[in-house]
Each structure stands twice: as structure tokens, then as C-alpha cells.
Design a protein around this ligand. Sequence first.
Ligand code: TGC
Ligand code: FAD
Length: 365
Amino acid sequence: MRDRVLPNIGEWFENHTFPREMAKELGDLGVLGMHLQGYGCAGTSAVAYGLACLELEAGDSGFRSFVSVQGSLAMYALHAFGSEEQKQTWLPRMAAGDAIGCFGLTEWDFGSDPAGMRTNAKRDGGDYVLNGSKAWITNGGIADVAIVWARVDAENGHRSGTVRGFVVPKGTKGFSTRNIEKKLSLRASITSELILEDCRLPADAMLPHVSGLRGPLSCLNEARHGIVWGALGAGRACYESALEYAKTRVQFGKPLAAFQITQEKLVNMMLEINKGLLTALHVGRLKDAGNAHSAHVSFGKLNNVREALAVCREARTILGASGITLEYPVIRHMNNLESVLTYEGTSEVHTLILGQALTGENAFA
Ligand code: TGC
Ligand code: FAD
């Protein structure tokens, strides 16, 4: 990240672009599908994967996002629920960074409540015909393959039909994408709409080994775990930038670092980053031991993203006016974390997941 990303990230962010050629470099590093076994994947522990997410996001959330979506969403879905043929076709190329994946769950009208999705797949002889659209899809416009979640056998009624996953290769007739422009957050990441118009797929394009919302939600557990670590990378980068700035910027005849209020800000930032790291390490170890419940992951996602964002905002104040430019990493990370707070379950959704775990009461609907 230090050698290949930090020198260019300001420009990529400003130009609203993700450098596609970096996919291959990330593949060579071994971070794509890093915690998966076989099929060219590195097969590391969850903790090692988390540490990689931390360093990726210390560069930019766009890079951690790319790796999350590739490895924890698209590749994980294929790995956990795909046929042997689907795995052989896609996983080695995706691990190498030769093929890019995306994961389409959210729709314009169904974000926090994916169970309402309207995208549907109708059986027609030996095929399925997909209609609908997916919104806010990371990597959508640059993906070689999309994992699309759709309702099968849907009657006319709202929320009828079982949710199934489909493997949709780029170039399939009836499948197109449209990038979402003018984002002020995660600008070094492609976010797109996926459009399915009478998109005909052979029956073996369906992921055979899962049905129901449990499929996509299991993938989210993996990606959310990466975010538990990753967000702290963004926070750490802002803390380091603020510490360095405070030591050199002089006002009233002494460095900002010599004022008690600045020291309190820096100490509180350091405390939250380290408390968050201990949480991440604990959740990662639970995962490696096979004992992580999805509520543990929600605990980490809610706390660590919220606190990392607070650290970035505090760092921004220490940099004064300099804090609002791309000359320093702070406002870029701060703006990125606004997306991270929302995607993979908003802070409100994770609050309600934990509220339900504590009280036994479902307060979603
Ligand atoms: P509910 O009735 O509770 O459950 C339906 C079925 O799913 C199972 N389940 C889970 N399985 C695995 N992991 C989890 N975390 C699970 N949560 C629930 C559940 O057991 C049940 O299974 P079954 O077999 O009994 O049917 O579902 P609900 O409709 O009430 O929804 C629950 C809720 C609100 C928590 C869920 O919908 C949710 O998490 N909503 C947030 C949506 C979200 O996070 N979307 C993210 C989209 S992907 C993305 O943002 C990528 S950004 C990536 C990047 O760029 O880094
Ligand atoms: P809504 O669900 O409309 O929520 C709006 C507000 O209402 C939020 O504050 C929410 O917490 C609150 N709210 C909703 N329901 C309740 C409730 N019951 N109680 C209290 N408050 C509630 N999705 C994918 O499928 N794949 C991707 O790759 C992907 N990448 C993304 C990349 C970016 C940059 C962004 C911004 C989003 C991405 N998403 C992706 C979509 C993301 O998962 C959704 O934005 C997220 O799930 C929230 O949905 P929404 O934006 O529709 O907000």
C-alpha cells in the first residue's frame, strides 16, 4: 500500500477511478479470497485476513472494498454454495486477479431490507430468465462475473418466492451495468447499477447449495468481519497524520502537540483504535475457532466503524484548514467511512441485531 497506492491514491480519488490493473497485483499479493481454502486461494486464518484488511484500508477504503467484495462476497458465495464446475471456472482466476467479481443483493427500493427484493428468475425450459436491477454494487462496472440474488418461482405477491444466487458472466445478453457517478465517498472504487432485462441463463448458473436469505447473509458475515479490522486502518492513518501534524505545526509559539486539548484528542484517538483492535482480534480468533456468532461480527462492525469515523473527524480538527484537502489523507478516509458506516448493514441495523440478541425482541419491522 505504501509503495503502490499511497503515492497515487489522491489522484485516483479525485478522478473517481479504481485502477483495474491493481487487481492483478492484489492477486499476486495473495489477498484475494485469502481466507478460503483451495482453488488457488491462500488459505490463511481469519485473523491474518483481518490484518490484511487493516493495512489495505489504511491505504484507502476503496482497496479494502475491492478485496472484500472479491474475496468475501463473490468468491465466498461460489466457494460455499457453488457447484464444483462453478468453483473451477471462477475461483482460480479470481484469486489471481485475472477475473473480477461483484455481489448484487441491494436494490434501489430494498437496502436494509433485502428480503423485499423484486429481482426475479423465472424457469423457462432448461433456462432461467432474470429481470430486475441491483443498486450500489461495488465493482459492478468492472466485473467479469456478478453473483446476483433473485427470487425464484415468485408469485405476483410482494415477498413471495425463494431467494437464490445466480452466476452471471459479463457479456450475457440482457445483462448490463451503469456506473453511479458524483460520489463524494469511496471515489477510488467503482459503484454501479446492475440491470437484468430478460437475461437468460442456463439452469446450472444457479448456486446449487443454498436457498433463502441465509445465502447472501452468510457472505455478509465474512465481509463484515473484514470491515471490523479495516475501518481501524483508516482510523490509524488519520491518527498518524494528526500526530505528525501536531508535532510540527506551531501556533502561539509552540507545537499543537504541546497543548493539553490536542493531547487529549490524540490520547482518545489512540485509545479507541487500540480498543477496536482488541475487539477485532477477539472476533477474528472466535472466527478461527469456529465460535463466532453473527452478533459478534455486528458488535465489531458497529463499534469499530463508528469509532474509526469519530477518530477521523477528530483528526480533521487537528489539521485545521489543511484537513479539508487531499494533500493529507484525513478527509478522504473520513468521507470513505461514511459509506462504510452504511454498507454491509447500517449502524442502525447492527444496533437492532444486537438489541435483538440482548432482549430477544425483533425491532426491525
Ligand atoms: P431473518 O428472517 O432474520 O433471516 C432470514 C434467514 O437468514 C438467516 N440469517 C443469517 N444467516 C447467516 N448470517 C447472518 N448474519 C444471518 N442473519 C439472518 C436466518 O437464520 C434466516 O435463515 P432461514 O434458513 O431460517 O430462512 O431476515 P430479515 O429479513 O428479518 O433480515 C434481517 C436483517 C435486517 C438483519 C438483514 O436483512 C440484514 O442484515 N440487512 C442489512 C442488509 C445488508 O447488510 N446489505 C449489505 C449488502 S452487500 C454490501 O453492502 C457490500 S458493500 C461491500 C464493500 O464495498 O466493501
Ligand atoms: P435504507 O435501508 O433505505 O436506510 C436508510 C436509513 O434508514 C439508514 O440510516 C438505516 O439504518 C435506516 N433504517 C432502515 N431500516 C430501519 C429500521 N428498521 N430501524 C431503524 N432504522 C432503519 N450492496 C450490495 O448488494 N453490493 C455491494 O457491493 C454494495 N456496495 C456498496 C457500495 C457503496 C459505496 C454503498 C454506499 C453501498 C453499497 N451497497 C452494496 C448497498 C448497501 O449495502 C446499502 O446502501 C445498505 O444496506 C443500506 O441500504 P440503503 O442505502 O437503501 O438505506
